[in-house]
Ligand binder design. Structure first.
Ligand SMILES: Nc1ncnc2c1ncn2[C@@H]1O[C@H](COP(=O)(O)OP(=O)(O)OP(=O)(O)O)[C@@H](O)[C@H]1O
Length: 247
């Protein structure tokens, strides 16, 4: 087991009910999890708790046996080995693609930095674009830079907050598959939050449905579909199943 989140609870000050209510989940190494829920269900709050931007009122979180938080420990965000991809990608506008990716690699020696830069640029297929600035890239390319930057330091986990919200509908469909391919090729454990069922079903190995801060159901896309809870086209599902089998 790679990641264990146990019985996490959290309330914002002045909230009249728990924002996150007894959230428990174990995640295998390399698994892609999608937290799916309506606006206000607590998705971003859960990511903030995992990233260390909020402190839980209860519960524990361990990554490969290392305690990230529990009743006595609270690791600071920069010590957690967690990468983040934000809704707006948060690229540094005055830095090129190359500089954006190198930003998180300051601990490495120069030769290692260059090697890792080449690897992640190849992974996201942006080798030709390393000298461009973010404003010279399409939305989808910017998203791939944000992913490359998050993956470059080899984090234990990456968190993606509504990574498609800035893309138009056509691009969104194309990028869903690309993103899944990138995450699977990098063998990186990922949690992606979204309010869009199609995103969740197309990308995730397992979906966690969140409602009012509580987990409603957890399951593989194919199992949840058997319950008739989603409207994905059978062709999409077949494609997804084939991809799952090939990794
Ligand atoms: N800083 C805050 N202080 C108080 N309440 C907050 C704060 N941030 C969020 N909330 C409340 O916590 C609940 C969960 O919010 P959260 O942003 O986690 O939901 P979400 O599922 O990510 O929503 P969305 O999809 O709209 O981003 C909501 O009721 C929200 O109003």
């Amino acid at each position: 087991m790679s990641i264990s989140i146990q019985d996490v609870c959290f309330s914002y000050p002045n909230a009249n009910r728990a924002t996150i209510d007894h959230f428990s989940l174990t995640i295998e190494k390399g698994e892609v999890i999608s937290i799916l829920g309506r606006s206000g269900s607590g998705k971003s709050t859960m990511l903030r708790l995992l990233a260390g931007l909020e402190a839980p009122t209860k519960g524990s979180f361990t990554i490969q046996e290392q305690v990230v938080f529990d009743g006595t420990t609270f690791l600071q965000p920069e010590k957690r080995g967690i990468g983040m991809v934000f809704q707006d990608y948060a690229l540094f506008p005055h830095m090129t693609v190359r500089e954006n990716i190198l930003f998180g690699l300051s601990q490495l020696k120069n030769e290692e930095k260059k090697k890792r830069l080449r690897e992640v640029l190849e992974l996201v297929e942006l080798q030709e674009f390393e000298k461009r600035y973010p404003h010279q890239l399409s939305g989808g390319q910017q998203q791939r830079v944000a992913i490359a930057r998050a993956i470059a330091p080899n984090p234990h986990l990456i968190l993606l907050d509504e990574p498609f919200s800035n893309l138009d509908a056509e691009l969104q469909v194309k990028i869903r598959k690309e993103l899944r391919d990138i995450l699977k090729k990098a063998k990186i454990t990922s949690i992606l939050v979204t309010h869009d069922e199609n995103d969740a079903y197309a990308i995730a190995d397992r979906i966690v449905k969140l409602k009012d801060g509580c987990i409603e159901v957890v399951g593989r896309p194919c199992d949840l579909l058997v319950d008739g809870q989603q409207s994905m086209k059978p062709t999409d599902l077949l494609q997804h199943e084939l991809e799952l089998q090939s990794v």
